[in-house]
Every structure is written in C-alpha cells, then in structure tokens.
Ligand binder design. Structure first.
Ligand code: HEC
Length: 107
C-alpha cells in the first residue's frame, strides 16, 4: 500500500535513523534486561532504513519501515511489562499523520 505522503526527503530519513540509534543507546541503559532483544530488533532495522535512504529507494524504505513495525509488534507479543503479561495491547501501525501537526518535514 503506498503512503499518502512521500516527500522523498532522504536527509530527514538519515537524521531520524540517527535519532533512533541514539534512543536505543539510552534504552539499553535504562532497560538492561531488554538489551539483547532490543538490539536484535534495532540493528537490522536501522541498517535497512539507512540503506534505503542512501540508495534513495522508496520501496526499500517502505519495506524496511513495515519490517520495523512488525518487529515492534512481535516483541510486544513476546514481552510483558508491569501488570501486562504481554505488550500486545500496544499494536503499532503505520503513522496516518505526522506526529506533530505543527512540524513539517517537506523539503
Ligand atoms: C525489544 C522488544 C521491544 C521492541 C522491539 C519494541 N518494544 Fe515497545 N515495549 C516493549 C516493552 C517490554 C514495553 C513495556 C515497558 C518496558 O518494560 O520498558 C514496551 C512498551 C511500549 C509502549 C507503551 C508505553 C511506554 O512508554 O512504555 C509503546 C507505545 C511502545 N512500546 C512502542 C513501541 C514501538 C513504536 C516500537 C517499534 C518502533 C517498539 N515499541 C518496539 C518492548 C519492545
């Protein structure tokens, strides 16, 4: 399924890839028990998203993005948190709109 908005702004993709890497670095410190699972998910996902941006390939990006989301949900199905036996209630889907209505990333 194509995205409604494809700005083709690969520099933003590369920047956000870096931000994900930084977030994961912090998360493995605050959640050491999750380190192995988190890195098993993040390393291939981040690499695939970065490669799609370097190659400027929208189809590769979409595939990498969907794989990332599938990984979120697979991990949530396998892990619990606090009173939740699994995190499956947190079902991630493709974003239907920008995270912040007042921040645009179009070139
Ligand atoms: C390594 C396994 C794992 C992966 C991968 C993962 N999560 Fe989670 N997620 C958890 C766990 C475990 C919790 C419960 C909180 C905790 O223990 O840190 C959680 C909690 C959450 C929550 C609940 C609110 C909160 O702040 O705790 C949200 C929202 C969430 N994850 C979103 C995502 C998204 C979006 C992705 C993918 C981009 C993702 N998660 C990938 C394991 C994962």
């Amino acid at each position: 399924m194509p995205y409604r908005r494809q700005a083709g702004n690969w520099d933003v993709v590369t920047f956000e890839k870096y931000r994900v890497e930084e977030t994961v670095k912090a998360n493995v410190i605050t959640r050491p028990a999750r380190k192995d699972a988190l890195e098993a998910w993040s390393k291939p996902v981040v690499e695939a998203i970065g490669k799609a941006a370097t190659d400027k390939k929208p189809q590769s990006f979409i595939q990498a993005y969907d794989n990332a989301i599938a990984g979120c949900n697979a991990c949530h199905a396998a892990m619990g948190g606090g009173p939740l036996k699994t995190m499956s209630v947190y079902k991630i889907t493709r974003a239907a709109s920008p995270m912040f209505a007042n921040i645009g990333v179009n070139p």
